[in-house]
Design a protein around this ligand. Structure first.
Ligand SMILES: [Zn+2]
Ligand SMILES: [Zn+2]
Length: 183
């Protein structure tokens, strides 16, 4: 079920709501990286209406699982997205009149359809922004050996650095410089 409010039900006095955001989007929108740890995420919202403008603020949070980008071990993280958003009436944004007003340029403003405000896409975008593109099990994760796959967080291996990795300056080590007495 989508997360939406009927505009006729809203009032100038703020209403407080708690709702659940379905995480079915996660497989599609968070791609191969994240899986949602629960089927729904709790959302706390404050909603008010002044003329045609709907103001919504609140917080969504959720726990997501992923495979560490360095060591591939499963890990989880919790993200929180706090937001303030305004929905203006249909046709209010970028009306094609060549005038860009304050609403047009503001990413926290979008249009409602005159009947409902739909929150799913907005909240999903806000949560996706909070999810790191390269998630790690820990900032200190040591990753895997590129040769034998040993997880360096758990143990060491005996692989030697590859020959092509030898420093171009290595041969300098064999040069001996005669000590000259200081005059
Ligand atoms: Zn890791
Ligand atoms: Zn190794």
């Amino acid at each position: 079920m989508s997360l939406q409010f009927k505009i006729a039900d809203l009032t100038p006095a703020p209403q407080h709501h708690t709702a659940m955001l379905a995480t079915a989007w996660c497989a599609e929108r968070a791609g191969d990286v994240y899986t949602a740890c629960a089927a729904e995420l709790p959302v706390a919202l404050k909603v008010s209406k002044a003329a045609e403008v709907i103001e919504i603020s609140g917080m969504a949070s959720g726990r997501f699982g992923f495979a560490c980008s360095r060591c591939a071990e499963p890990a989880e993280l919790t993200v929180r997205a706090e937001f303030e958003h305004r929905f203006v009436g249909p046709g209010q944004l970028d009306a094609g009149d060549g005038e860009v007003d304050a609403f047009d340029a503001d990413p926290d403003v979008s249009e409602h359809d005159g009947v409902h405000v739909l929150l799913d896409d907005l909240l999903i975008e806000l949560l996706l922004i909070e999810l790191p593109a390269v998630p790690l099990c820990s900032e200190q994760c040591l990753g895997l050996c590129t040769q034998c796959g040993t997880n360096f967080n758990q143990q060491r291996c005996t692989c030697q650095p590859k020959a092509d990795r030898v420093s171009p300056w290595a041969s300098l080590a064999s040069i001996t410089v005669a000590d000259k007495p200081v005059a």
